[in-house]
Design a protein around this ligand. Structure first.
Ligand code: ZN
Length: 291
């Protein structure tokens, strides 16, 4: 068993401050070490009694364009980049203390969270990582989007994303494939930023949402291309969709080992995939422990 097969936490606390894209509110996130078997748990330090929200698919609340979790009265929103950063770096156990419901958007990527976690350093724990290996093929489709899942090669998680918004979209067709590991996540996925079409950004503004974010805080594509910003990768959008998928898969509460191909998928179908993969695999995970 190599080091990556044991659970990990962070060696010391680390924090990230910013504002939420949707709410515009200032928020501070503090990552704290946690015991083996804890999983990822959000803690609303601003509410009486500091209620905890386990990062579990059972706590997921359907909201457009983001991943939201709720337990009792306590809610945390837009958790996908925090989850992706922890999972991508191989952190199994962590308390994520927040003083607002919505996570900071920062530059729209996972990098600010990754930098904070790297600065804290990781600590290997003496308990094996929770892992479930997919042994069968699966296809899941909804509204023109689909997943195809196949058994892994060895213990390797392999993710492929096909982004295709049609021939008239300002975002061209792009495909990204990664063999997931802390270094591939760190260098190939974590820097990829959130993106929106201009009409989606205009719709948000009309609802009084997203008023603090500018085209420098995330990628906004108008009819003729990207507004006031430069891409970090030619296929940055597809890479970002993979970071979102990494974050949503982490809601399984264990590592799901499979080859997963995604076409035009988003948070809603990602969550359905997690549910199906938990049904067809066996092993220990948060969801079973809580059930
Ligand atoms: Zn995202």
């Amino acid at each position: 068993m190599d080091g990556s097969e044991y659970q990990r936490t962070i060696a010391r606390p680390a924090s990230v401050a910013g504002f939420g894209y949707w709410s515009g509110r200032d928020v501070r996130v503090e990552f704290r070490p946690a015991l083996p078997g804890t999983g990822i748990v959000f803690v609303r330090g601003d509410l009486p009694g500091c209620p905890r929200v386990e990062a579990s698919i059972a706590n997921r609340l359907e909201q457009p364009r983001r991943t939201t979790l709720q337990s009792g009265e306590a809610r945390v929103e837009m958790v996908e980049h925090v989850m992706a950063s922890l999972s991508g770096l191989g952190v199994d156990n962590c308390e994520v203390w927040v003083d607002q419901p919505e996570m900071p958007g920062c530059d729209g990527s996972c990098l600010p969270f990754v930098h904070a976690l790297e600065e804290a350093g990781l600590a290997t724990q003496s308990v094996p990582r929770r892992r479930r290996v997919v042994r069968q093929r699966l296809r899941l489709a909804e509204d023109g989007a689909w997943f195809e899942v196949a058994p892994p090669e060895g213990n390797q998680v392999e993710l492929t994303y096909h982004l295709d918004y049609g021939p008239h979209s300002p975002i061209n067709r792009q495909t990204v494939r990664v063999r997931l590991s802390p270094p591939t996540f760190r260098f190939h996925l974590a820097p990829a930023r959130t993106f929106l079409l201009k009409e989606e950004a205009d719709w948000m503004l009309a609802q009084g949402l997203g008023t603090r974010a500018t085209p420098q805080d995330l990628l906004i594509f108008a009819e003729h291309g990207l507004l006031d910003n430069e891409l970090r990768f030619p296929d940055e959008c597809a890479r970002h969709k993979l970071t979102d998928l990494v974050g949503d898969l982490a809601l399984a509460g264990c590592q799901l080992v499979a080859r997963i191909t995604a076409y035009r998928t988003g948070h809603k179908l990602n969550a359905r995939l997690v549910g199906r993969l938990l049904e067809i695999t066996e092993g220990e995970c948060m969801r079973r422990r809580c059930a």
